[in-house]
Design a protein around this ligand. Structure first.
Ligand code: AMP
Length: 601
């Protein structure tokens, strides 16, 4: 496991729809599960008595109690837009912190020791504000965020670990709420993300909404009732449409049935309709085309064509949509690769990165790139109405990280005593279209000659902290600022208030751990010890392992000969680990078996 003196570092995929936590155990990245669940729905809610619930339990109440349940908070990260949860209003990082805290506890339970350090992934397209909000969410959850890395970068670490030849890979990541595409080069064990493009408002959730609108429009035409008008009916329909959408990935037609969905003239109305894959694909085709356009732009950014790409890796649950694979096949004239479960690849890659940070030699070295251009405001020319200001880039988008660039500027006039440097992020020469992220003032020595020269240096670290240093070399005057603080979403006192409010909610929640519940250091090496002598106890303690063994026995002769021996050997090891109550080993072996069964099935 990625274990250091300060405890393990885990990898977290904080998704719009689902989140996953993983760690490297015995040299192999595994997903840390709870009651057999690998994915944690990224949903939080309050029970009627006001206690906090997260994940599946919260998702189950989404339709019935939308006013005290929140989904897809990732879309709001980077804003401080208040979100209402029951009687209280929260910021997006606070809501994300509730999900992260649950994942942290899941990891602590499985690994049998307190987990307080993590690598968290974000879409490559996230700007500095959104990354900062994610970092702050981690901190509110009691996690030291060791690094924020791009989701496609993480996926690459899992997909092609150990490749030595020069390869160009496209990582196409279509999740629930966001879309990312990256062009990655691997050579001599080094991974470099050459270009990343994406859309933070495009994903499977949008497919659900299109299908829901189609069904709701039909219903309205027939019955004159808009099922979207009532929030809880709308959510019920949305959940039903999401299930239908997933079925359409394997079936040609699905039925969508919801009893007692509305009432007219005192009589109950039922929803009963069917949708064909062809109809569904027509609805989503414009969105899938949008992803293909993004992919073309990413290729153009690095002056490459589809024929120069060696592999196409699919990540994110929505890549199971047959139309997506078909469109990509048409573009690339080859079969996309899905050798890792698309839901888990990002978290597993984050775990690999975590292990590397903890000093374990694993996988290739990682070079990340900036998702945005960073620069300052500068005068382009003097006009009658005053100076004409433009955006002057210093670190260009897609520069490998860490990055250090310096630019030279001149004073406006000899007697100038100070200069205000305003720092922006964005891609437009028009300043107003970019985002101001900070600034600093440099006092100047007056006079001409050498005193005219001003140097501005940008140092951008892998975790997104930007140090801006301005100097007047002739006078030795200098000033610097760290932009990470300028990006902070919270004022110090607001953060303290958020921490203590969340602390009280975590303490009151039945599903979260108190630190006192965690085993001591001496206990964790073999996993938390419990009396596990009988089989029903085994089932409650290791439900995932028990269900895997059951699955293997059900498959019986259906297991191909080529896999039978390996599955048999792993099953034996798993049973032994269960009888010894070695939780870490059970988790690692279960993950290995689950991988094999995924492909066997
Ligand atoms: P992620 O954000 O990667 O967890 O992806 C979640 C999205 O994948 C959600 O919109 C799911 O509805 C979608 N999804 C999961 N399984 C399937 C499937 N079999 N077919 C189509 N979409 C799916």
């Amino acid at each position: 496991m990625a274990n250091t003196i300060d405890g393990p570092i885990v990898g977290i995929d904080l998704g719009t729809t689902n989140s996953v936590v993983a760690a490297v155990v015995n040299g192999k990245p595994i997903v840390l599960t709870e009651d057999g669940e690998q994915l944690l729905p990224s949903i939080v809610g309050l029970k009627q008595d006001g206690t906090l619930i997260t994940g599946t339990v919260a998702r189950n109440q989404l339709a019935a109690f939308p006013d005290r349940t929140i989904a897809s908070i990732k879309r709001k990260m980077g804003t401080m837009e208040p979100v209402q949860l029951g009687e209280q209003s929260f910021t997006p990082p606070e809501i994300s912190a509730m999900i992260l805290r649950r994942l942290r506890d899941r990891a602590s339970r499985v690994l049998g020791q307190p987990v307080s350090r993590a690598v968290i992934t974000v879409p490559a397209f996230f700007d500095e504000n959104q990354r900062q909000a994610t970092r702050e969410a981690g901190e509110l959850a009691g996690l030291k965020v060791e690094r924020i890395i791009n989701e496609p970068t993480a996926a690459t670490l899992v997909y092609h670990a150990g490749t030595q030849d020069c390869k160009h890979i496209v990582v196409y990541d279509l999740g629930g709420g966001t879309f990312d595409v990256s062009i990655v080069r691997m050579e001599g064990g080094v991974i470099e993300v050459l270009s990343s493009k994406g859309d933070t408002h495009l994903g499977g959730d949008d497919f659900d909404i299109l299908l829901m609108n189609h069904v709701a429009d039909q219903f309205q035409e027939t019955h004159g009732i808009d099922l979207r008008a009532d929030l809880s009916t709308k959510y019920r329909l949305l959940i039903s449409c999401e299930q239908a959408k997933q079925k359409l990935s394997i079936e040609e037609t699905v039925d969508i049935t919801e009893e007692f969905i509305a009432e007219k003239d005192g009589r109950p109305l039922h929803l009963q309709t069917s949708v064909s894959r062809e109809e569904y694909e027509e609805m989503i085709a414009p969105l899938v085309d949008r992803t293909i356009r993004c992919l073309d732009e990413a290729l153009r950014d690095v002056r490459m064509t589809a024929t120069q790409i060696d592999d196409l890796a699919l990540v994110g649950g929505s890549t199971r949509t047959p139309l997506v694979a078909r469109r990509l096949r048409e573009e690339f004239l080859r079969e996309p690769s899905r050798s890792v479960d698309p839901d888990l690849a990002v978290a597993l890659g984050a775990a690999v990165q975590a292990a590397m940070l903890a000093g374990q030699r694993i996988g290739p070295v990682l070079v990340d790139v900036t998702g945005h251009t960073l620069g300052i405001e500068a005068v382009e020319e003097m006009t009658f109405s005053g100076p004409k200001m433009i955006f002057c880039p210093i670190i260009h988008r897609n520069s490998p990280l860490p990055a250090r660039f310096e630019e030279r500027y001149s004073k406006m006039f000899d007697e100038q005593e100070r200069v205000e440097i305003r720092v922006f992020q964005g891609e437009h020469s028009d300043l107003s279209k970019n985002r101001e992220i900070g600034g600093l003032t440099l006092k100047l020595a007056t006079g001409g000659g050498g005193n005219n020269k001003i140097l501005v240096r940008f140092d951008l670290t892998l975790d997104g902290t930007l140090k801006v240093t301005a100097t007047q070399p002739a006078s030795g005057k200098s000033s610097e600022v760290l932009i990470q603080n300028a990006l902070s979403q919270f004022q110090a006192e607001d953060r303290d208030r958020a921490k203590s409010r969340l602390g009280a909610m975590f303490d009151a929640s039945d599903e979260l751990l108190d630190d006192a519940d965690l085993p001591s250091k001496s206990e964790w090496r073999n996993g938390p010890s419990q009396d596990s002598s009988d089989s029903s106890d085994m089932e409650s303690r290791y439900p995932e392992a028990v269900s895997l063994l059951q699955k293997i026995s059900d498959l019986g002769a259906g297991i191909p000969d080529s896999d039978a021996e390996e599955i048999q050997a792993l099953s034996e090891k798993l049973k032994k680990a269960m009888s010894e109550d070695n939780a870490v080993e059970v988790s690692s072996l279960s993950a290995e078996l689950d991988d094999i069964l995924f492909y066997v099935q």
